[in-house]
Design a protein around this ligand. Structure first.
Ligand code: SF4
Length: 234
């Protein structure tokens, strides 16, 4: 069984952490080949897609996103849409009036800031400025902002969702009880450049299919040989 890596700030710990993460990255890429998970190139589409996907499985939010696109795309249609009409589309996912209100607010904010309901202008901003802008949109938190930055705007940044955090925690690359804030800080400080996207999408694939929340399939896991949890799970 591998030893969990120390969380001290010593250089040798950082070198060991990076060696381990590079090994995991290469192995997961061979297994999963960077699936896109349905995420979108268009950052305006992606903001609504990401907000619908929060704590919701794909089989529930994907049909709702399709209906939302059909009814309100181009997104300028949200500027004139009654709240009840948007809420009706979002109703299968719950909190439909709150979500509908956020979507309408986002549309109005983009119209005010850019003269159109589009996030394309963010492509010309620095990572820091685009990040700050996204965090200012209604309902967009740290993880959602990072997803839009990574999936649609091409930035080398890690969004730590439940799958990525769980797999890295079990593997020994994050403390298992890590908060989202700390997970983002650790990844920002430690992750080698250029691998955030590939590592993230492959961690999500591994977390959905093998290293699942309730019953991780350690006995058939193809990265078990270096996992700090190997042999500890039933
Ligand atoms: S060995 Fe088990 S805990 Fe470790 S990554 Fe694989 S499935 Fe997850």
């Amino acid at each position: 069984m591998q030893q969990a890596i120390s969380w001290g700030l010593l250089e040798r710990d950082l070198a060991a952490w990076r060696k381990q993460v590079r090994w995991l990255d290469r192995r997961l890429e061979r297994l999963y080949k960077s699936p896109r998970h349905g995420n979108l190139d268009n950052p305006t589409d992606e903001v609504f897609f990401i907000l619908l996907s929060k704590k919701t499985p794909p089989e529930r939010y994907l049909p709702v996103f399709d209906t939302l696109c059909h009814r309100f795309r181009p997104w300028e249609r949200l500027l004139r849409a009654p709240l009840d009409e948007v809420a009706e589309v979002l109703q299968p996912l719950g909190m439909s009036r709150i979500r509908a209100s956020q979507f309408i607010q986002i549309a109005h904010q983009l119209q005010t800031d850019f003269g159109r309901v589009s996030l394309e202008s963010l492509r010309t901003l620095t990572l820091q400025k685009a990040h700050a802008y996204l965090k200012g949109l209604s309902g967009v938190g740290e993880k959602s902002a990072r997803c839009i930055l990574m999936y649609s705007l091409g930035h080398d940044i890690s969004p730590m969702d439940t799958h990525a955090t769980r797999v890295l925690g079990r593997f020994g690359l994050l403390p298992e009880d890590v908060t989202n804030v700390s997970a983002h800080r650790i990844m920002d400080e430690r992750l080698p450049r250029g691998i955030a996207y590939r590592l993230h999408v492959n961690l999500v694939a591994h977390g959905r299919t093998v290293c699942t929340a309730k019953r991780p399939a350690c006995e058939t896991c193809m990265v078990a040989q270096r996992c700090s949890r190997q042999g500890l799970t039933a």
